[in-house]
Design a protein. Structure first.
Length: 682
C-alpha cells in the first residue's frame, strides 16, 4: 500500500494516476477501480479504466459527487459502483469510481471484499483517495509547468542538505543513467555518476553556490555544467539550473531545479590541471565563508551546510580537544544503524588530533587499520570510507574533523593534499572562533553580574523584567534596567543602553547603574539626575555614549515624572490600546557635558502598564524604526484581543514581556534588548 501511494503522488497527470491505481500494485485496494474523473477547467473529464466501465449514469453520479462533496452509489445488474469525491484544500478536483461486482456494500457505505476486514479496507480506501486528490491538485496547479518541463525534456531534482536526501524524477534518473527502482536518494549517489575529472569541479561549484546563498536576502539561481558517466561507460554532458532555498536564519537547506542532457555523448577528455584549479577554487570559497564565521557554532554550520554536501560526504563530525577528550561541537544526523560507530570514530579523531596526522581510511569494513582499534571489535561494520583531519598546529592541537562517505573510495595524492588544505582553513577559523566564544562568555558573565539579580518586591507596585541577548555577533552589550525604591515611597524606574557589544560596554553599563542608584535622591527631578550622570560619564572618558530613560513613579496616585537621554519613549499599555508617553529629553549621555534634560509629568492609571524598552526591540535592518514601532504596538493589541486573563481587563505583565521577547523572531535580532513592565498594584 505504501508503494502504491508513493507511485500515485509521483504522477503528473490524471491518466498517470489511473494507470497506477489500476496497475499491479492496485491489488492492495479493497475494490477494482472503474475509472477516474478530473476537473479540468469547467469540464469534468472521465478516464475509464476499461471499455464499458463508466457509463452515462456513472458520469452523472460523479458530477453530483463532485458538486456536493459527498459519496454516491450507482447500482446496476452487474454490481455496484461507489463514486468517491476527490478534494483538497477546499478545491473540488474530481472523483474516483470503485467497481465492486463481487463485493458487498457495507452499512457505512464502504466497499470490502467478501470476508475482508472492513476497518483495514476503510483505511486503505481513505489513503488512496487522499493520494489521488493530492496528485490531481498537483496536476491542476503545475499543469502548465509540467507541460513545459516535458516539452524541454528536463528532469526535476531536489536536494535536502539537512538530511542529505536527493529526489530525482524518472527523467532525471534517465539523464544520470540510474534506474529509478535502484536509486536510494543518497547525496553521494550524485557524485558516483559524475565524471571523475568533474568531481573537484562540482565540489568547488556547490561550495560556491552554498556560500553565496548563506545569509542572503533572496535565494540565488545558478547554472552548472558537468559530465556524467552511464553504466555503459558513455559520457554525457549535463546542464543543471536550480535555486537554493534558505531557512529562517538564512542558511541554505535545499536546492531544487531542472537538469537537461547535452545534444550528443562526449568522449572522456584527457586529465589536465582542471582538478587542481577547482580544488583551489573550493579552498578559496571555504576561506571566504569561514572569514564570516564568528563563533564555533558558525564554523560547525559551515562544515555541515557547505563542506559536507560539496564533497559528497554522508556525515560530518567536528570536535574540539578539551582536557584530553573530544567534545563534539557540530555534526550531521547519523542514521540509527551507524550509532555503534561513534566510539571508533571518536577514537580515530582523538588519535589524529594527538599525532597531527590525517587518516584516509578507504574502507572501514576491512578493520585492518591499527590507528582505529575500535573497528576490529565493532559489530556489523559497513563498507564506508573515513577522512579524519587533525585541526591544530605543530605546537598544539585544537581538535579534529571526520568526514564519512557511504561507500569505499580511493584517495589520490591530489585529494589528500586538498583535504589537508581544508584542515588548515578550518583550524584557523576554529581557533579564532574559540577566542571569540571565550571573550563572549566573559562579557556575558560580566553583564549578568551587572544586571539586578531580582527586582525589589514593593507593596504597591508590580514589576516584570526581561533581558534578551542579541542573536548575532558578540550577543552581549550594555543594555540594563533597574528599579530603585526611594524613602519618600516613590520609585525610580531606569532603563538604558550603552553603545557597543563587548565587555567594555558591559563595564560602562555597570558604572552608570551604580552612578544612577547613587544620585537617585528624594525630591530630585529626573532631568537633574540625568544631567549629573551625563557629567560623570563625560568625566570618565570612556569614549562610549549611552541612552537612558529615568522616571519617578508615585504608586499611591500614579504621578509619573520622567526624562530621556536619547532613549525611546516608554509605552502605555491599556486594555483598550497602546500609546506612547512622550517625554522631553536631550542627547545621549556622554556626548555633551553641558546638555540639559527637561522633565515631563504624566499619570499612570491603575489599569495601565508602563513599558520601558531599549531600541534593540524595534530596530531592524532595512526597516524604518517608526514602522517597526507601529508593528510592535499592533502586535500587542492583537495579543490583548486574543487573551482572556484572569481579572477581565487586566494585562498580564509576564505574558506581555514574553510576547515581546519573541516579537519578529530571534533570527532577525542583532542587538540585545532590556525590558521593564510596571503596573500600580490594586
Amino acid at each position: 500500500m505504501a508503494r502504491l501511494v508513493l507511485d500515485v503522488l509521483r504522477c503528473r497527470d490524471p491518466q498517470g494516476v489511473l494507470e497506477v491505481v489500476t496497475g499491479a500494485a492496485a491489488a492492495a485496494l479493497p475494490a477494482k477501480v472503474a475509472g477516474l474523473y478530473a476537473v479540468q477547467g469547467a469540464r469534468l473529464t472521465s478516464f475509464p479504466a476499461g471499455p464499458g466501465l463508466l457509463d452515462t449514469l456513472v458520469d452523472v453520479t460523479a458530477a453530483e459527487a463532485v458538486r456536493t462533496g459527498e459519496r454516491r452509489w450507482v447500482h446496476g445488474p452487474a454490481g455496484s459502483t461507489l463514486v468517491l469525491p476527490l478534494s483538497e484544500e477546499g478545491r473540488r478536483l474530481g472523483a474516483l469510481a470503485l467497481d465492486a461486482p463481487d463485493g458487498e456494500v457495507a452499512p457505512d457505505g464502504e466497499v470490502a471484499p467478501d470476508g475482508g476486514d472492513r476497518s483495514e479496507s476503510e483505511a486503505a480506501q481513505e489513503l488512496v483517495v487522499r493520494a489521488c486528490a493530492l496528485a490531481l491538485l498537483f496536476a491542476a496547479e503545475t499543469g502548465p509547468l509540467a507541460t513545459a518541463v516535458d516539452a524541454a525534456q528536463s528532469g526535476v531534482f531536489a536536494w535536502d542538505f539537512s538530511v542529505d536526501h536527493v529526489y530525482w524524477d524518472d527523467r532525471a534518473c534517465a539523464i544520470y543513467g540510474v534506474d529509478p527502482a535502484e536509486f536510494d536518494g543518497r547525496g553521494e549517489r550524485f557524485f558516483d555518476v559524475l565524471h571523475p575529472d568533474d568531481v573537484p569541479v562540482l565540489q568547488a561549484a556547490i561550495a560556491d553556490v552554498a556560500e553565496s546563498a548563506a545569509g542572503g536576502a533572496s535565494s540565488p539561481v545558478y547554472r552548472l555544467d558537468y559530465r556524467v558517466v552511464h553504466a555503459d561507460g558513455c559520457v554525457h554532458q549535463v546542464t543543471e539550473r536550480g535555486r537554493v532555498s534558505l531557512d529562517a536564519s538564512g542558511e541554505p537547506v535545499q536546492v531544487v531545479g531542472l537538469v537537461n542532457v547535452g545534444e550528443r555523448p562526449e568522449p572522456a577528455p584527457e586529465r589536465d590541471d582542471a582538478a587542481d584549479a577547482s580544488r583551489d577554487s573550493f579552498l578559496f570559497t571555504l576561506t571566504r565563508a569561514m572569514a564570516k564565521a564568528v563563533t564555533v557554532r558558525d564554523v560547525a554550520r559551515i562544515m555541515t551546510h557547505l563542506v559536507r554536501p560539496a564533497v559528497g560526504a554522508d556525515n560530518v563530525v567536528l570536535s574540539i580537544l578539551e582536557n584530553g577528550r573530544m567534545r563534539v561541537v557540530g555534526e550531521t544526523r547519523i542514521v540509527s544503524g551507524l550509532e555503534h560507530l561513534r566510539a571508533p570514530a571518536r577514537a580515530a579523531m582523538l588519535r589524529a588530533a594527538h599525532h597531527g596526522t590525517p587518516l584516509f581510511i578507504e574502507d572501514i569494513s576491512r578493520r585492518t587499520r591499527p590507528e582505529v582499534p575500535g573497528l576490529a571489535t565493532a559489530q556489523d561494520v559497513p563498507a564506508r570510507s573515513w577522512v579524519v583531519l587533525p585541526l591544530g598546529t605543530a605546537e598544539h592541537s585544537t581538535g579534529a574533523c571526520l568526514l564519512s562517505f557511504a561507500q569505499p573510495r580511493r584517495y589520490d595524492a591530489g585529494e589528500r593534499t586538498f583535504y589537508t588544505g581544508v584542515a588548515a582553513v578550518v583550524t584557523q577559523s576554529l581557533e579564532r572562533a574559540q577566542l571569540f566564544d571565550t571573550e563572549h562568555e566573559r562579557a556575558s558573565d560580566l553583564q549578568q553580574a551587572m544586571l539586578p539579580r531580582h527586582l525589589p518586591k514593593l507593596p504597591m507596585l508590580e514589576t516584570y523584567s526581561g533581558y534578551l541577548p542579541g542573536t548575532r555577533g558578540m550577543q552581549v552589550g550594555g543594555d540594563w534596567y533597574d528599579v530603585v525604591p526611594l524613602s519618600d515611597r516613590t520609585v525610580a524606574l531606569i532603563i538604558g543602553d550603552v553603545q557597543g557589544h563587548d565587555a567594555h560596554a558591559s563595564a560602562v553599563m555597570g558604572q552608570l547603574r551604580v552612578a544612577l542608584r547613587t544620585l537617585a535622591e528624594d525630591g530630585v527631578e529626573p532631568g537633574t539626575v540625568l544631567s549629573r550622570v551625563n557629567r560623570v560619564l563625560c568625566d570618565l572618558e570612556t569614549d562610549r555614549f549611552a541612552t537612558c530613560a529615568y522616571l519617578l513613579l508615585d504608586p499611591t496616585d500614579g504621578t509619573l515624572e520622567g526624562a530621556r537621554a536619547g532613549h525611546p519613549h516608554p509605552l502605555r499599555v491599556h486594555p483598550e490600546g497602546v500609546t506612547e508617553i512622550h517625554l522631553a529629553g536631550g542627547p545621549p549621555l556622554g556626548v555633551d557635558p553641558e546638555a540639559a534634560y527637561p522633565s515631563t509629568i504624566a499619570r499612570l492609571d491603575s489599569e495601565d502598564v508602563l513599558l520601558l524598552f531599549t531600541d534593540g526591540l524595534v530596530e531592524r535592518r532595512g526597516v524604518d524604526i517608526d514602522r517597526s514601532l507601529r508593528d510592535m504596538e499592533d502586535s500587542i493589541q492583537r495579543w490583548m484581543r486574543g487573551t482572556s486573563p484572569d481579572g477581565g481587563d487586566v494585562v498580564d505583565l509576564g505574558g506581555l514581556v514574553e510576547l515581546l521577547a519573541t516579537h519578529e523572531g530571534e533570527a532577525t535580532r542583532s542587538d540585545d534588548v532590556a525590558l521593564l513592565a510596571v503596573r500600580r498594584a490594586a
